[in-house]
Design a protein around this ligand. Structure first.
Ligand code: AMP
Length: 501
């Protein structure tokens, strides 16, 4: 938060200030204090900010203000005035959730659309008024193709996490969308990093933009303890299980390079008494939502994720991040580490590094301009059968791709059509929102069904010698992996996040 500036001093409309107060925010975060006046002045904006800085409210609040100020009746259906593009479904859902929260006392409507869910409820919702549309590019273009969406009335465009959209190969889709928008509009571009590609996009898109920056480029949070364990690929999962148990990690986000690797690791950990779930682009929306909710409420101690799936997840201030494999792209290390140690809270990040990943480690250390501490798990003794068990479980070992490429998840969400679950209900008002006034929206699936937990019968099959809890009389583990709820300290409460230059 920024103690000098108050929300009231930012001249936002009273219904917005009321909603902010109800959300429990007392002061704007640095990105909000800087971005809101610029957006309200009508300028294009280039903002360097990561998830966790409060960037969403940084663009949502002024946009709501301006949209409400020029709100008219009647308005043609399916013709949004504001378009917010995001790289992932999770981010789209979270952004639209914010629109709902901050706009709940305004007569504006919003809609979220992404692939991987049935398109029909979205089509039905587009037959009504939609002021603010939050979308992933692929599904947006599907609607344009079906002529269910009219983009000719867009006055405000936001590209959120633009760097990730480019990483995910959305540049052509973005250009197609841009070509469909009216020329006269206000553009806001948010990105955590600034590659040449982003600069090129910004150059073509933004006119005389104001720039705001709250996170230094390519630096890792100062209060994150980072260490590297040198360990063979085949012993990694055993070491990870050992560390989770020994160090009693109760909320760890584990990054793997591939979706296959994420699945295998989550299965392995669960089999060894550590509840965990994998989250990636091949999972149904329902499974992703469920895993995330459980991880956030502390009932699921380990979430295994690929970079792309993890991006945009609203999970901040994590106590523990684990790089099960180093990312191919060094900047992703910075993103991953950024999940912990936010807003004044101390964090911890470890990387398990195999001999073949030394080059990646060197590239990361060069980027962050420091050598990472080498740690040793003194009492860890790999079991004799670990390699054979690993090989049996990984008959198709995931191969790192050369040249900094990523395992493509990008179009999965956009092109999956209605093959996956996640049927949505249009137009349901949110809990506690005044009926008929709160923005209507297509709601995400929150079906409350829990995935079957497979922590029964978790006896070792491979002679693992890592400390194992003994089964009780029912065959359940007497002392499974630590399961205490995560303390969710209020964001920005501990210490003001200092703007970095
Ligand atoms: P974002 O970076 O937009 O993903 O926001 C990260 C988190 O910060 C979200 O959970 C927001 O609800 C929260 N947040 C945003 N603005 C503020 C604020 N001014 N004070 C406290 N929390 C905030």
């Amino acid at each position: 938060m920024n103690s000098q500036v108050t929300f009231a001093s930012l001249a936002l409309a009273e219904p917005i200030l009321r909603a902010i107060g109800e959300a429990g925010y007392t002061h704007p975060t640095p990105i909000q204090a800087q971005a809101i006046p610029q957006v309200l002045s009508g300028r294009d904006l280039l903002a360097a900010a990561q998830t966790g800085t409060g960037k969403t409210a940084g663009f949502t609040l002024p946009l709501l203000h301006m949209l409400a100020a020029t709100h008219t009746h009647p308005h043609p259906p399916g013709r949004p005035r504001c378009l917010i593009l995001t790289p992932t479904r999770e981010l789209a859902a979270q952004v639209e959730e914010s629109v709902q929260t901050y706009g709940k006392h305004l007569p504006l409507t919003s809609l979220v659309m992404f692939g991987g869910v049935n398109i029909n409820p979205q089509i039905a919702a587009l037959k009504k008024r939609v002021d603010i549309l939050v979308a992933t590019p692929g599904r947006l273009l599907d609607h344009v193709g079906q002529r269910t969406l009219d983009l000719s009335g867009v006055e405000f465009l936001v590209l959120d996490e633009a760097d990730r959209m480019l990483d995910m190969g959305f540049i052509r889709d973005i250009r197609k969308v841009l070509a469909l928008l009216p020329k006269k509009r206000q553009n806001l571009l948010f990105s955590a990093t600034f590659s040449d590609e982003i600069r090129e996009l910004a150059h073509g898109l933004l006119h005389d933009p104001a720039t705001v920056e709250v996170a230094a480029r390519n630096t890792t949070a100062e209060r994150v303890d980072q260490a590297v364990y040198m360990v063979g690929q085949k012993q990694k999962r055993e070491l990870l299980a050992h560390l989770i148990k020994e160090k009693q990690w109760f909320q760890a986000l584990v990054f793997t390079r591939t979706k296959h690797g994420a699945n295998k690791l989550a299965e392995y950990l669960t089999k060894h008494g550590i509840d965990s779930a994998a989250i990636h682009g091949n999972k149904s929306q329902a499974a992703r939502t469920r895993a995330l909710a459980q991880f956030k409420d502390g009932s699921l101690p380990v979430l295994v994720a690929t970079d792309i799936a993890a991006r945009g997840l609203d999970i901040d201030q994590l106590p523990q991040v684990v790089n099960f494999e180093l990312p191919n792209v060094p900047e992703d290390y910075v993103h991953r580490i950024g999940r912990t140690g936010r807003a004044g809270a101390a964090g911890n990040a470890i990387s398990l590094v195999d001999g073949e990943e030394i080059k990646l480690l060197t590239a990361i250390e060069r980027l962050i301009k420091r050598r990472l501490d080498r740690a040793e798990a003194a009492d860890f003794v790999p079991s004799a059968g670990a390699e054979a068990a690993h090989d049996a479980d990984h008959q198709r070992p995931p191969m790192p791709r050369r040249g900094g490429g990523r395992q493509g998840e990008g179009r999965a969400q956009a092109s999956a059509g209605n093959a996956r679950g996640g049927e949505r209900q249009p137009g349901k008002p949110r809990n506690g929102a005044p009926a008929g006034r709160a923005p209507q929206r297509v709601r995400g699936e929150v079906d409350g069904n829990r995935a079957p937990r497979s922590n029964e019968g978790t006896r070792e099959v491979n002679g693992n010698r890592a400390p194992q809890p003994r089964p009780d009389v029912n065959g359940n583990r007497a002392n499974p992996a630590p399961r205490r709820p995560a303390p969710r300290a209020a964001l920005f409460a501990a210490k003001p996040a200092t703007p970095k230059g």
